[in-house]
Write a protein that binds this ligand. Sequence first.
Ligand SMILES: Cc1cc2nc3c(=O)[nH]c(=O)nc-3n(C[C@H](O)[C@H](O)[C@H](O)COP(=O)(O)OP(=O)(O)OC[C@H]3O[C@@H](n4cnc5c(N)ncnc54)[C@H](O)[C@@H]3O)c2cc1C
Length: 446
Amino acid sequence: MSSALDTLRRDFGGDIIEPGAAGYERAARTVLVAGRPAFVLRPKSAGDVAAGVSFAASSGLVVSVRGGGHSFAGFGTSDGGVVLDLGQLADVAVIGQERHVVRIGGGATWGPVADVLAGHGLAISSGDTRSVGVGGLTLGGGIGWKVRKYGLALDSVIAAEVVTASGGIVRASAQQNPELWWALRGGGGNFGVVTAFEFVAHPATQVFFGTIAFPPAQAAGVLAGWADYLRTAPEDLTSTVEFANPFAGGPDAPVAAHVAFDGDDARAAAAAIGPIRALGTVIADDVTLTPYPDTLAAGVTPPPGIQLVTRSGFADRESVPEVLRILAEAGASQRPPAISVRSVSGAVSRVPGDATAYPHRQAELMFVTTIAGPGPAVEGARPALDALWARLAPHTSGAYANFLTSATEQDIAAIYPARTYQRLAAVKRHYDPGNLFTRNHNVRPG
Ligand SMILES: Cc1cc2nc3c(=O)[nH]c(=O)nc-3n(C[C@H](O)[C@H](O)[C@H](O)COP(=O)(O)OP(=O)(O)OC[C@H]3O[C@@H](n4cnc5c(N)ncnc54)[C@H](O)[C@@H]3O)c2cc1C
């Protein structure tokens, strides 16, 4: 270990933070999860990342790669391992003005990216939160406010620069290392450290954005009508419904339909959003024309000791009515989880199922349940949550890796159907045969 550490100190140009050092406590934890890693390495270049990966490989310690640090499973830290915190690899540069090609550092977060791109009249559909990382969100999917129009965040990626387990730096694109290129888009952090992504951005428009709220008693009808409407709604419109939020009254919380209409044409927006307003008794409506960067919410770090359990699933067209019925019932129960349902069809479903390692292309909806609180409260709520998911199980197809606290074999089988998994395992064998990168929804070398 000591010679590996000497080599690291010689080759690594970034910061090496060890327990006891100033800033360690902050560096050790992610946004959602505490940890006590032996080393937090903050690389400043791809070469530093390569030195960090080589150190981690020779030290035998568990490696965590941290982009924005928002993994629900806490993959961005560990107890006793090495964290590669990419936060200083956050440059955003337009490198191809004509085709809107943008290079973004693997440790960037979406808020600053949206701000910089807006200055160039560009945007990328990412997620809903400023502090979420480009790395984790993109490698797992990326369901954002323009998902029905432009697809997942990973659908806009055209290349990536990757430090692999051997410490080599490779480029992955349709032309170079195409199997790695396929695997990165959906396969998470399994294949190496992405030091930079190249995206094709979209022209930035303002967005009619806001929330239309309905009484909780109307949840079942609003949800059913919303899903029916989204099936044929203009793809400029993306929408999410949230209900049973424990911080807004649990079963008494309003049903909040968030809408994002991409474009500043007020009449077109009103026509597209109108059918959602007509779904029930509107008790609040704050939809206004908003610059795209302002649609992204500031992230929140939960207070110490608060745990989260987040689970996700997809619903295909035929399962939608039953899934929504079960979720509406759960939302009205005594201590429900927070429930959110996102529309994911449109442009997502037009990409062929095997074009990327994200396999859930035919789903109409992605839904998420979250319970949060001190450990004993979370454990107390778990049996009801398990019972809810047992009811949902016959109607769900798969899980969204980016909204999962757990990483069991069952979760991995839900994220990756057998064919996808086998292909990923072959790529893993090539690029990470020793399974150095395990702090993710892990694919074992085939
Ligand atoms: C408040 C909040 C809001 C969210 N909103 C959305 C949303 O609207 N849409 C959506 O789709 N998802 C959303 N998510 C889920 C989010 O996509 C995942 O939590 C994602 O993993 C976060 O990425 P990160 O880089 O911040 O996380 P990290 O914890 O840093 O990383 C997560 C995983 O990705 C890997 N990874 C990260 N960066 C790299 C890299 N550069 N190279 C290789 N591997 C890397 C890590 O090793 C780890 O396995 C949200 C999460 C939170 C907490």
